[in-house]
Design a protein around this ligand. Sequence first.
Ligand SMILES: NC(=O)c1ccc[n+]([C@@H]2O[C@H](COP(=O)([O-])OP(=O)(O)OC[C@H]3O[C@@H](n4cnc5c(N)ncnc54)[C@H](O)[C@@H]3O)[C@@H](O)[C@H]2O)c1
Length: 288
Amino acid sequence: MSYNLLKGKKGIIFGALNPDSIAWKVAERAHEEGATLTLSNTAVAMRMGETQKLAEKLNTVAIAADATNVEELKNLFNKSMEALGGKIDFVLHSIGMSPNVRKGRHYSDLDYNYLDKTLDVSAISFHKVLQTARQLDAINEWGSVVALTYVAAQRTFYGYNDMADAKALLESIARSFGYIYGRERNVRINTVSQSPTVTTAGSGVKGFDRLLDFAERMSPLGNATADDCADYCITLFSDLTRRVTMQNLYNDGGFSNMGMSVRALQQYEKGLHEDCKCGPAEDKHLFD
Ligand SMILES: NC(=O)c1ccc[n+]([C@@H]2O[C@H](COP(=O)([O-])OP(=O)(O)OC[C@H]3O[C@@H](n4cnc5c(N)ncnc54)[C@H](O)[C@@H]3O)[C@@H](O)[C@H]2O)c1
């Protein structure tokens, strides 16, 4: 159902790889709410993924940009303003990647070149997006920028690896830049901390199926889906949240404020080996 919350607004959505991507759902919802937008992803992702297909569906263009490359970001903002006929009102940063996670490196045995890459792609790219936008004066007054994050920035989660450090940095950038951009141009910057969600990036996290099951049992409202995340992002892009800025906002069914739930405790008592929907735990996981 559409409330026309984004009627007349122009946006850029990073990170829609395939229909599972959270950014995919956000782009569809933003379009439904009356926004016009451009999509962006890396050239490789555009070749391998389905970004172009979504662009056709939403009657728009997909513009390739590696979010770690400032020149490509400049080109993206300029081309987007050209395509949309004016400055941008909202941006979604939905980008994450860790070579250490991909290559199965343990957190106590990180490859530091990989770590540099993790931080650059998953966190510093957010600074690059914001700095580029500000230097080009590409975002309208009262614009809204959102990046997606995860609660592993605050608490330790088995298997999340160096992405936890990247998310902590990402959230810090939202606060630091939020002050500057807010004071100067009334642009707000927030992060949305999302429940575990089945996507290409999400499923790369070690023990992801168990994490999903655990979070579902712990959260009084259950895990937030990608569609829930899209709805929340729409409110943050809309004029209904004009003085919400520099916040890390949880969209997680209550998970982040839980200690222990009955449903999780019951499952724990039964023992994972006997009765876990996600199958028997592999012994080697127990020692990680
Ligand atoms: N899936 C989850 O469980 C979950 C939970 C909380 C937060 N998040 C966050 O949500 C965001 C989106 O992830 P997703 O789960 O939709 O997975 P996804 O794999 O669909 O999206 C990740 C996107 O990042 C893009 N990307 C990677 N490197 C890039 C670069 N250098 N420049 C530009 N784009 C690049 C990929 O091409 C892809 O489109 C990420 O920040 C992720 O950490 C995901």
